[in-house]
Design a protein around this ligand. Structure first.
Ligand SMILES: [Ca+2]
Ligand SMILES: [Ca+2]
Length: 188
């Protein structure tokens, strides 16, 4: 009889601990997602950045809302997401360049120099990451295993998109402004 009562108390205590642990992590988890807006229509190309959502959880996800991305390579649509993962070092440590049309290539690479450069011969990291393009919703999504990034704490990003207009001109749209990094997004 007493053993049953003890077990019950132990179970309740364990439930209490679990609840406390959940409450304790709830606040940071809320800050693990942030969405940043860019002006709409500031470039005359469908790759136009409208917003960028950053999620810093079990996987790092960057979701970019474009005005209108299309399957044809003729759009010349491309983008680079710069990832700043180390506040103690200036500039971003990683870049995720990709094209934003069907069949396009992408890679996660380490930046060089001040963090904004990467050579054409940069070797893509061999770890878990992917790009998905949704031409119906005009969204591109990058998902990265945090281990690829050295399991960072907070992260922030800068995003540069580019596209080729019908007359051959290439236009560029940075999230916010050139080389502008977002607020830090806490680890969830
Ligand atoms: Ca824009
Ligand atoms: Ca840094």
């Amino acid at each position: 009889m007493t053993s049953i009562a003890s077990t019950k108390r132990a179970t309740l205590a364990a439930a209490g601990l679990a609840l406390a642990a959940f409450v304790g992590t709830a606040a940071p988890a809320l800050a693990a997602t942030a969405t940043f807006q860019d002006a709409k229509g500031d470039v005359a190309h469908g790759v136009d950045l409208e917003s960028v959502k950053v999620v810093n959880e079990k996987s790092v996800r960057i979701t970019v809302q474009h005005a209108d991305i299309v399957k044809s390579w003729r759009s010349g649509a491309s983008q680079t997401v710069f990832l700043d993962t180390d506040p103690s070092r200036p500039g971003p440590e990683f870049a995720f360049p990709s094209v934003a049309y069907q069949g396009g290539d992408y890679a996660l690479i380490k930046t060089r120099g001040d963090g904004w450069g990467f050579g054409r011969r940069a070797v893509p990291l061999t770890c878990g990451y992917e790009l998905r393009l949704d031409f119906a919703r005009d969204v591109s999504t990058m998902r990265i295993d945090p281990a690829c990034l050295g399991n960072p704490g907070e992260i922030r990003v800068a995003v540069k998109a580019a596209g080729t207009q019908a007359d051959g001109d290439v236009v560029t749209d940075w999230l916010g402004g050139r080389r502008q990094l977002t607020e830090w997004v806490a680890k969830g």
